[in-house]
Design a protein. Structure first.
Length: 243
């Protein structure tokens, strides 16, 4: 079975590694190329965009792909839409591998908002020093918030516009709760902003915020795609091996 994994997440790498070792499967991982030095999965890797749904359709047809697994980030809505359109055009099976979102625990002070614009509007009512852990996307929405200081964390340097009062921290997870707690204390953070990415890899900042009693502005996920979806790599492997 010739499988294309639309990747970039930890789950995508684990799935590609498992398929690469599994007899009867050939796997290619497609990475968007937004990170200068991405974590590379096993098997063949393609880096860069396809040129929309039409380009992806042509690529799938030319390489005789049998099945597509969309294991992109929960907020990568454009890639997911392209995958749905391309597989529908070729009548190929599509599986979405999407980790579950985070759930509140006792002691959490979460403020759920629909998008980063709403997060930027709410922030000044909650604090003065924010840890902005949304990645490179959506930072422009915070550029007009002049009343606050921001600690911005990203894997690669984010493009402008950026908040005028900021410190950019380049780092890649996973992070421990102890390290996140120390970071929040070091920079005197009084509010955390993040997207509901889900998963254990980046959940430590939520644990640290809970322990320190800090409010969290949580950007909610886009609507779930209209495609067959599983939450774990194990379920994805079972789906693939039983086809």
């Amino acid at each position: 079975m010739n499988v294309l994994v639309l990747g970039g997440t930890g789950e995508a790498r684990v799935l590609a590694d498992a398929l690469h070792r599994k007899p009867g499967f050939t796997v290619t991982s497609a990475l968007a190329g937004r990170v200068a030095v991405p974590a590379m999965p096993a098997g063949d890797v393609r880096i860069g965009g396809f040129g929309g749904a039409g380009g992806l359709t042509d690529w799938l047809r030319a390489r005789d792909v049998d099945v597509v697994v969309d294991a992109t980030h929960p907020f990568a809505t454009r890639m997911t839409a392209n995958a749905i359109a391309a597989t529908a055009a070729l009548r190929l099976p599509l599986l979405v591998l999407r980790r579950e979102g985070w759930a509140e625990s006792p002691g959490d002070r979460w403020h759920r908002v629909p998008d980063t614009a709403a997060a930027a509007a709410l922030l000044p009512t909650l604090g003065r020093r924010a840890f902005l852990a949304t990645g490179r996307g959506g930072l422009a929405e915070f550029a007009a918030v002049e009343s606050m200081w921001f600690l911005v964390r990203a894997v690669d340097p984010p493009p402008p516009p950026l908040p005028p009062r900021r410190l950019v921290l380049l780092d890649r997870g996973p992070f421990t709760a102890d390290a996140e707690r120390a970071l929040l204390r070091e920079h005197r953070i009084d509010v955390l902003v993040t997207r509901d990415s889900g998963g254990a890899m980046t959940a430590a900042k939520l644990v640290a915020a809970r322990e320190l009693g800090l409010p969290v502005v949580l950007v909610e996920r886009p609507p779930a795609p209209e495609a067959e979806t599983v939450a774990t790599v194990e379920d994805a492997l079972e789906w693939l091996t039983t086809r």
